[in-house]
Structure formats: structure tokens, C-alpha cells
Design a protein around this ligand. Structure first.
Ligand SMILES: [Zn+2]
Length: 582
């Protein structure tokens, strides 16, 4: 087998993306790659809560880097925080006075909630915590730090020196881009930003009265005002020999000069910044929202511009939207969109990873916080069983393996004893009780385990799902006191059923006998034995009997399985609620 080829017979999108990334590196470093480390890059602007759609950027890169490492080839996941991007607008829920920070870098805007150093840090930290739980390891770089340290000085000077060539490429795509933008709203933040930049530049080109010529208005570098820190600067002159860049700030009227060889006070415009970093970091693979690959988008333009730096665009995968379904309660500081942290409250890390790895990036999907969660866990548990059989290796099993372990962390936390999420959540629902109580009942219904710990992390997530995500009207409420009116108005059949049930109900309930008793009572009433097969009449009676039990126990048409409900309530409580008044 040639180096870099996939070992297994099963293939998926990750296999193909890893093949492409490796091929990209081989084109430069030769087939055996030497000791070259393949770079898979992600980027994100910490301008707001990093929602489940943004999470796809991180996880797409993570899975590809992991696949490369599994093949024995050194790889790294490099993540760039675009925290030197400008603060664009004040979101709802934030003091409107924050508008004075518009135009400042995200790393230079204070945290409105006062818990972090800056706006950027406020949104980075919770995501980094979630990524750690998800087993994602990455090398993080801050664009603020790199720009401020002058790391990109040569690259900036190159862009400025060759700005006419850049402008020719930009101009060729600008028309297409604006047409495209009119046809479809930008999907990603970068795309929206690029569009805003190009529109802003078009505005500025009209400001010749302030001394901006076309050449300077389309300058590839944007200084932050030395006086007020905003990027509301208009370039008024550039001296090729001294590299002095003169500007006027429209926000504070400051007239400044920044020297591109000695000062570090601004950044390249996004469409130049991105390809510059491909070359600087040696990026072999980088995904982006599907809109990035459209004509005139930043990837298409970047593919041309990266040549200025002697590089090639990385292999690229465009990914679609990820939404959320079900009811999600969130604090306003998170801006009303569900984040990875929200999903991890109810989904085991491997299950959340699985949602992202099992579908090709081009497929959009929702992370559902509602009733779908139960089905998702059932599917996952079934797949886990299938994966245990070495005869059954296919793309689904491959996705299971990618989701459940990483090269450095091994198998991610999963319960030692796997109990269906449906059972855990319905016992949590009925008892509204402690983990210890739920653990005891789950043991009684046949899932033997030594301690609560063996049910974690799933038990805690099931409890949280029931209390915080399932709407109150869908939860089970056990009656506090018997329904005296209904019990006084029982039909002859109903009275008989309840009497036969209570006569045989032991003090200590046990799953098998309780199940047989609940199903058997209508048989006894028709002269059959508990273990006899039900007749059609008995089946009708069973339906009516179960409806009566649900009504008397939880005041609803249906609820958790009756044997589970009985065991959760205990014999005393059941007896109390089912006994007619004397
Ligand atoms: Zn200013």
C-alpha cells in the first residue's frame, strides 16, 4: 500500500478530503513528504456565539486531520481566531452604547458582561471548552497577536507593492460578486464581511473630495486609527520609498501616519488576508461555507491572489448550513442561537460528533433538541452494536469510529453500562428525582450496574434534557392525590380490573412479574390465566385498562411504559392512587 492511502475498504467524505489534502502536500514536498506536517486549517471570527453552524468549520477540519494521522502521517489542526476583525454591529441585548466600539478590533472591544478581557475572549472561551469536551485538539493562533507582532510585515509590504495586480484580480471578480450577492444573501460572516468591504471600498472611491484616489481607496491594507482605534480610516497618501501611509479618521478626525515597515497598526483586507495566510501557514486543507466557492467569493479570488505569494490554494470542501430543531432555552448573552455547549448538555460528545461526520459536508442538517433526541440515541446505540461486529465494516461503522474516538484521546467518554436514553429520560420524568433514585429504578427494570457513575455521562444529560428541553406540557406529572371523582364512577369492569391488580400487587415490584400482571389483569377478568394468549376481546380490554391506569396515575392519555411507571412510583404510591374511596 502506498503511503497516504486509506487502509480500510470503507470510504466516506473524510477519506476523500484527506486524500486531497495529502495530494496537495505531495505536489510540493514529493510523494514521501519527508517530515512535512500536513496543515488542516479552520478560521472563525469570535464576533458572537459560535453556533452549531460554525461548529462545522472546526469539526470538518478535525475529522480530516484525524484521518491523516490515522494513516501515520504527521498532521495538525491549525485554528486562526479572526479576532483582529472589526466589530461590526451591536447585537440585540447589548447596551446600545457599545456602538462607540464599532470599527475597533474584536480583541479591543470590552466584554459587555464583564467576565472576559474582551468581546473576542467572551465568545472564544466557551467554544474552546466545548471543543475540548468534543476531543478536538488544535493549535490556536490569534490574528491580533500575529498582526500586532509584525509577523506578516513582509506579506503586507508585498501586497501593497503589488496592489495593482491585486486590484486587477479583484476588479475582474467584483462585478460577478455583486451580481451574485444581489441574487443570494451572503451565508457566512466572512462573506458578509467581504461584501461589506467591497461596498465600503466602492463608497470610498467616491470620496475624492477627501483626497482619496481610486488607487488608495482600493488599498489592500487598512490601518486602525492610532487615536481612536477604529478602522474608519481613509487613506490619503502612500509613499513608496518610506512606506509611510497617511490617513484621516472619519470617526475622530485624526490625521495619522503609520509606517508599514516599522509600525503594526492594521491588517490586510479579508480577500488578501486569507490567501496570504494559506501560504504563510502552509495550509493543505481548509473548508468553508458553500458560498465561499461561488464565483467572486473569497476562495475563488484567493485562489488567484495566493499566487502573489508563490503559493497554491489549499484543497477545499464547502459545507452547508446546520440548524437547530426543538425547543432551546438560552440566556440572552448567547444571542438566541444554540451553541456546542447547549448541544453537549444533552448529547454525549461522540453523538454530537457523529451528527457532523455521518453526512457529507454539502448536506445541511438540524441538531434537534426535541423528541428527535430519543430516536437519535436509539440509532446510535444500534450502530454501536453493529460496530462491535468485525464482519460489518462499512461507511456507517467508519463514521461511528470517527465519532467515538480520536488519535490522542482514544475513546471519548461513553457510559460503561448503556441504558436507552428513552428509559433514562422517562424515569427522570416520572420521578423528577435524584440520579441515585433513577439509577435504582433503572437497575430494577433490568439494567444491572454497580454505581451511578456507570450510567454517566448519559444519565445527567437525560435528566437535563427532561428538565430543561422538554416542554412542560410534554412532561409526565404524577398525581399527588387519587382522582376521587373518577374512582367513585368506575364501571363494573374497571372496578374488577383494579381489584384484581391490587390484590396481586406485591410490596416489592419487579419488572417481569409487574409486566405480566398489568397485561394479565384483563385476561383474569375474562376467565383466562395470566400467561394465556390474549383474545381480541382481551386486547380491547387491555387498551381501556391502560387508559384508565394512565388517567389515575398521571392524569394523561399516555405516558412512559406502564411497568416502568409502576416501578418508578413504587407499590405504595400505585396502591394509593388506584384505591377507590372506602
Ligand atoms: Zn479615529
Amino acid at each position: 500500500m502506498a503511503r497516504g492511502q486509506s487502509a480500510g475498504e470503507a470510504h466516506d467524505w473524510v477519506t476523500r478530503a484527506a486524500d486531497d489534502a495529502i495530494r496537495h502536500a505531495q505536489q510540493r514536498y514529493g510523494d514521501d513528504l519527508g517530515d512535512h506536517v500536513i496543515t488542516c486549517a479552520s478560521g472563525a471570527s469570535p464576533s458572537g456565539p459560535v453556533h452549531l453552524g460554525n461548529l462545522r468549520e472546526f469539526l470538518t477540519v478535525h475529522f480530516v486531520a484525524e484521518e491523516i494521522k490515522r494513516r501515520g502521517i504527521p498532521a495538525r489542526h491549525l485554528h486562526s481566531w479572526d479576532d483582529y476583525d472589526r466589530f461590526r454591529k451591536v447585537p440585540a441585548g447589548v447596551d446600545p452604547s457599545w456602538s462607540e466600539h464599532i470599527g475597533r478590533p474584536l480583541s479591543g472591544v470590552p466584554d459587555p458582561w464583564g467576565c472576559h478581557e474582551s468581546w473576542a475572549e467572551h465568545y472564544k472561551e466557551p467554544l474552546v471548552a466545548s471543543l475540548r469536551e468534543l476531543g478536538v485538539e488544535m493549535v490556536e493562533v490569534s490574528q491580533t497577536e500575529l498582526y500586532r507582532a509584525g509577523t506578516y510585515r513582509e506579506q503586507i509590504l508585498t501586497a501593497v507593492r503589488r496592489r495593482d495586480e491585486i486590484e486587477q484580480v479583484m476588479a475582474r471578480y467584483r462585478t460577478k460578486h455583486l451580481e451574485g450577492a444581489a441574487a443570494a444573501a451572503p451565508e457566512s460572516e466572512e462573506e458578509a464581511a467581504a461584501l461589506a468591504d467591497s461596498v465600503a471600498n466602492d463608497d470610498e472611491s467616491g470620496l475624492t473630495g477627501l483626497g482619496a484616489t481610486d488607487d488608495l481607496a482600493r488599498f489592500p491594507f487598512k490601518p486602525y486609527c492610532r487615536d481612536c482605534g477604529r478602522d474608519t480610516t481613509i487613506i490619503t497618501a502612500y509613499d513608496e520609498t518610506t512606506t509611510d501611509l497617511s490617513y484621516t479618521c472619519t470617526a475622530c478626525s485624526y490625521d495619522g501616519v503609520t509606517n508599514l515597515t516599522t509600525d503594526n497598526e492594521g491588517k490586510l483586507v479579508w480577500k488578501v488576508d486569507w490567501p496570504m495566510r494559506w501560504e504563510f501557514e502552509g495550509v493543505d486543507f481548509e473548508p468553508g461555507g458553500v458560498d465561499h466557492a461561488s464565483p467572486g467569493s473569497s476562495y475563488t479570488v484567493g485562489k488567484e491572489l495566493v499566487k502573489l505569494y508563490g503559493g497554491r490554494a489549499p484543497s477545499f470542501v464547502g459545507y452547508s448550513f446546520v440548524g437547530a430543531g426543538g425547543q432551546v432555552k438560552m440566556s440572552s448573552s448567547r444571542g438566541g442561537v444554540p451553541t456546542a455547549a447547549d448541544a453537549l448538555q444533552i448529547l454525549e460528545a461522540p453523538v454530537l460528533r457523529w451528527l457532523y461526520v455521518r453526512r457529507a459536508p454539502k448536506q445541511a442538517f438540524n441538531v434537534d433538541f426535541g423528541a428527535e433526541v430519543v430516536r437519535l440515541y436509539d440509532e446510535w446505540d444500534a450502530l454501536g452494536k453493529k460496530a462491535g461486529n468485525p464482519q460489518k465494516r462499512d461507511a456507517q461503522v467508519l463514521a461511528f469510529e470517527r465519532a467515538s474516538s480520536t488519535t490522542s484521546a482514544g475513546v471519548l467518554p461513553t457510559p460503561a453500562v448503556v441504558v436507552p436514553f428513552k428509559l433514562l429520560s422517562s424515569v427522570a420524568d416520572v420521578t423528577a428525582g435524584s440520579a441515585e433514585l433513577i439509577s435504582r429504578i433503572v437497575g430494577d427494570v433490568g439494567h444491572v450496574h454497580a454505581s451511578v457513575d456507570e450510567l454517566e455521562p448519559r444519565l445527567g444529560k437525560a435528566m437535563t434534557w427532561m428538565s430543561d428541553f422538554v416542554p412542560v406540557e410534554d412532561r409526565t406529572t404524577v398525581r399527588e392525590t387519587p382522582d376521587a371523582a373518577r374512582l367513585a364512577a368506575l364501571s363494573e369492569d374497571e372496578e374488577l380490573w383494579l381489584r384484581q391488580l391490587l390484590d396481586r400487587l406485591p410490596d416489592q415490584l419487579e419488572l417481569e412479574s409487574t409486566t405480566s400482571l398489568i397485561y394479565g389483569v384483563p385476561k383474569l377478568a375474562r376467565g383466562l390465566g395470566l400467561d394465556d394468549a390474549p383474545t381480541d376481546e382481551v386486547k380491547q380490554d387491555q387498551k381501556a385498562f391502560f387508559r384508565l391506569l394512565y388517567h389515575l396515575l398521571v392524569d394523561a392519555e399516555r405516558g412512559p411504559r406502564l411497568p416502568t411507571l409502576f416501578l418508578a412510583l413504587g407499590a405504595d404510591r400505585v396502591r394509593l392512587l388506584l384505591t377507590p374511596p372506602a
